[in-house]
Design a protein around this ligand. Structure first.
Ligand SMILES: [Zn+2]
Length: 394
């Protein structure tokens, strides 16, 4: 095996290659159509913005593929990257190891180029403001510009603009989810403010959907907020959820959860569902026919005396934040198609012990909604369960 020399320090490399200012590089590129311009960054960086005419050649591929784009070693080759460091090393490699005689590097890279106000080719579909706003997203290779565009084009419905809905809506809005529907018919109450952080003291008495919209709009003008100032019922559920790609269930009562489940399975809409009580929270993601549905998990609702919605129940305010953000995280993964959603998994969080526990959940072959023998139920039966009438009566 051939012994490899220690890589030179960057400063030394920079002294041994020809360095161009962005202006010099731009002038040469416009004067000489023969120059080969090489972008030595990663594909997701290139997708976001690149120099006009730049050919993508990631650092790991430079040595192997340079002869594809510059077969003649006497050809003029100009390289750039984000800040000029990776491309300096690549230029040095071309010059010293691969025999290229006429190589130069753009000092400061595309960052300095843009700081000097020189033009770049931008990814279609995102404005300059959006590229700035979402740059910490698009820098993630898993998400990139493609993932951000998916978020911008997505439509997510939040059931409830309360405890869980507040943090979920705030972070989804900040993340650039293009359309956020909010279903809630409640008014902001003083007792909400301990956890429903999208509202504030001045908005006590105003509709929650309106209050949430007024917080979201200045946070991110890319987001269109659709207010559904109503309660979901069997008569409106299909129409309301039909417009959305995905639903976040932060409902505070079991009848609504069953109703949403039955309608979302029928329309094959994924539902991210969380609940909180006292110091405990749980969350799962229901993707119809890929994993269990809410009824597979809970064939019957809990006894009324255990149902928090039947009366005021205590909850640690922070729980809404923790579980609401886990919901937002699930939404982003589902929309962008990354990671491993909580399908068939129920995640429990105990805040006093700071412990997460995961339970496997399977599809119930006898499920009346998503089981193999399930009959399509009439709309009037949607959301019904055996003791529906008695529920909460006490
Ligand atoms: Zn089911």
């Amino acid at each position: 095996m051939e012994a490899r020399a220690k890589p030179l320090p960057l400063e030394e490399i920079q002294q041994r290659i020809e360095q161009l200012t962005p202006e010099q590089a731009q002038r040469e590129l416009s004067d000489n159509g023969e120059v080969v311009l090489v972008d030595t960054r990663e594909p997701h960086e290139y997708a976001e913005a690149h120099l006009d005419g730049g050919i993508l050649l990631p650092p790991a591929e430079v040595a192997e593929r340079i002869d594809e784009i510059a077969p003649d070693p006497s050809q003029r080759v100009i390289l750039y990257c984000r800040t000029g460091n990776r491309s300096a090393r690549a230029a040095y490699q071309l010059q010293e190891q691969l025999g290229y005689e006429n190589v130069a590097n753009v000092a400061g890279g595309i960052v300095l180029w843009q700081e000097h106000g020189l033009p770049v080719a931008e990814h279609e579909g995102m404005t300059a403001e959006q590229r700035m706003r979402y740059s910490r997203h698009t820098l993630l290779p898993e998400l990139g510009v493609e993932g951000q565009l998916k978020l911008l084009h997505s439509k997510v419905l939040l059931l409830g603009a309360g405890g869980l809905g507040s943090p979920t809506a705030l972070y989804l809005a900040a993340a650039g989810v293009g359309t956020l529907g909010l279903v809630d018919d409640d008014l902001v109450d003083e007792s909400n403010l301990q956890r429903q952080v999208i509202h504030n003291t001045k908005r006590v008495g105003t509709p929650k959907t309106e209050s949430a919209r007024k917080t979201i709009e200045p946070l991110n003008p890319d987001v269109k907020v659709v207010e559904h100032r109503t309660r979901l019922d069997a008569a409106n559920v299909l129409e309301i959820i039909g417009d959305y790609d995905l639903i976040v269930d932060g409902a505070d009562n079991f009848p609504t959860r069953y109703l949403l489940n039955d309608a979302s399975v029928r329309l094959r809409k994924p539902v991210v569902s969380a609940s909180i009580l006292a110091f405990d929270g749980q969350i799962s993601t229901f993707v119809p026919f890929e994993g269990p549905c809410y009824r597979c998990l809970y064939p019957t609702p809990p006894p009324a005396e255990l149902a928090p919605s039947c009366g005021a129940a205590g909850v640690l305010g922070v729980m809404a934040g923790v579980m609401g953000l886990l919901q937002a995280n699930e939404v982003i993964k589902l929309v962008a198609g990354i990671g491993e959603p909580l399908i068939g998994r129920l995640l429990l969080y105990d805040s006093l012990g700071t412990r997460f526990t995961e339970l496997k959940v399977r599809r119930d072959p006898d499920c009346p909604i998503c089981g193999p023998n399930a009959q399509e139920i009439p709309e009037s039966e949607m959301g019904k369960f055996p003791d529906y009438e008695a529920f909460c009566a006490g």
